[in-house]
Design a protein around this ligand. Structure first.
Ligand code: UD1
Ligand code: UDP
Length: 374
């Protein structure tokens, strides 16, 4: 049983579900959406043509962490009782991830964690994701770590090395299917062909309020200063983010606020951009593959592989740092070139194959059957 509820979990679980559906002799997947997201989740399900078996529909406007957690745990009870899965798979670090992990534990169902072992080791950054993933790893029985570094983080906490598999990140599996050289989107009709596009996303809870206001204002000032740049910002549907984005950016003709893009559009818009500014986790994983420099609007990252590869630069939300970093990329070709080499630290796009193989072995061992290794 896969349980997930937000856009990034869906994007990175989809390749696994599709693979399970191909391997009918070994797997009978049950897909459960918590519905922590709604429109942004449906977009992904539609693109990958996955029809869920259950949807808990927990989303409420301006929902709280407690409301998501309690609704998911309460509503999963019946479904787990009814279906009694061999394993529950969760992904990443959202509140859905944590709540589904607790449910698996309450029902004594083995838990597998996709994208295990990411750490900043800072309880409140990102908040609540760092503790969501630490608590999920504590409850897990099998770990799918995207990189050697994430494995070493798990070993620091004495998790069982025999149950840790380095798989790469399923984001790369998804990316392989989406990028198209001949891509076009309507928003590009409004942008001068000679202008450089900056793709922006920002949504994290710890950035909402003053940091987000500071960042948006600094970006707007740079756009006014550089007549040859345009910003495309697919705004997250969170009402808090929507309000701030419109408050600061409305009226700027070279800043395009658009609805969240579907994943095919987003990957292609990333590939079409000059550089990316974001506080997203998933975007930090995808950009190194595309050779796009990323200015990360966060103080810490659990994805240091991309910083090491030279593609990501952590700049936080100070106005001075944002303006200085944007100007470096816009005005200094050497710095731009250094950051724009495509070096992908997240695997070869076959993470789902490795996850399924490990799962097959795990399920057979748990049930006392010898694995056929396929
Ligand atoms: C959640 C995750 C975060 C992840 C992000 C991905 C938690 C606590 N946070 O944050 O780790 O990075 O998803 O995008 O798990 N909304 C809609 N429609 C949608 C989605 C959201 O209207 O399709 C609105 C709702 O009013 C909702 C609000 O956005 O209450 C916030 O959604 P929520 O899932 O609580 O937080 P995110 O910031 O999306
Ligand atoms: N993404 C998308 N449409 C958008 C913005 C992002 O499909 O308008 C994709 C992006 O390619 C990445 C994922 O969403 O795969 C990242 O999700 P998000 O930033 O919401 O969450 P995070 O990764 O920070 O948890």
């Amino acid at each position: 049983m896969t349980v997930f509820g937000t856009r990034p979990e869906a994007i990175k679980m989809a390749p696994i579900i599709l693979k399970m559906k191909e391997e009918k002799e070994n797997f009978a997947p049950i897909t459960v959406l918590t519905g922590q997201h709604k429109e942004m989740l449906d977009q992904v399900m539609d693109i990958f043509h996955i029809v869920p078996d259950y949807n808990l529909h927990v989303m409420k406007e301006e929902q709280t962490l407690s409301s998501i957690t309690t609704s998911v745990i309460n509503k999963l009870d019946n479904i787990i009782n009814k279906t009694n899965p061999d394993v529950i798979l969760v992904h990443g670090d959202t509140t859905t991830t944590f709540a589904a992990s607790v449910s698996a534990f309450y029902h004594k169902i083995p838990l597998g964690h996709v994208e295990a072992g990411l750490r900043t080791w800072d309880k409140y950054s990102p908040y609540p994701e760092e503790m969501n993933r630490q608590m999920t790893d504590t409850l897990s029985d099998i770990y799918f770590a995207p990189t050697e570094l994430s494995r070493s983080n798990l070993l620091k906490q004495n998790f069982n090395d025999n149950r840790i598999y380095i798989t790469g990140n399923t984001a790369i599996d998804a990316l392989k299917q989406t990028v198209d050289q001949n891509y076009h989107h309507d928003v590009l009709d409004d942008i001068d062909n000679n202008h450089r596009i900056i793709l922006l996303t920002m949504h994290r809870r710890e950035n909402q309020g003053e940091p987000m206001y500071r960042a948006f204002t600094a970006i707007k000032e740079e756009v006014i200063k550089h007549p040859d740049i345009e910003v495309v910002y697919p705004v997250h549907l969170s009402p808090v983010v929507q309000k701030m984005a419109h408050e600061v950016f409305d009226g700027c003709s070279r800043i395009h606020l658009v609805d969240p893009l579907d994943v095919v559009d987003f990957h292609n818009m990333s590939a079409r951009s000059y550089f990316i500014m974001t506080d997203s986790g998933g975007v930090q994983e995808e950009a190194p593959s595309l050779g796009k420099p990323v200015l990360v609007l966060r103080e810490h990252t659990e994805r240091p592989e991309g910083v090491k590869a030279g593609t990501l630069k952590l700049i936080g939300t100070s106005s001075t740092k944002i303006k200085e970093s944007m100007e470096q990329l816009l005005d200094d070709e050497d710095i731009y070139k250094k950051m724009s080499h495509a070096k992908n630290p997240y695997g070869d796009g076959k993470a789902s194959d490795r996850i399924l193989k490990a799962l097959d072995t795990f399920i057979n061992e748990e049930s006392g059957v010898e694995s056929n290794g396929n």
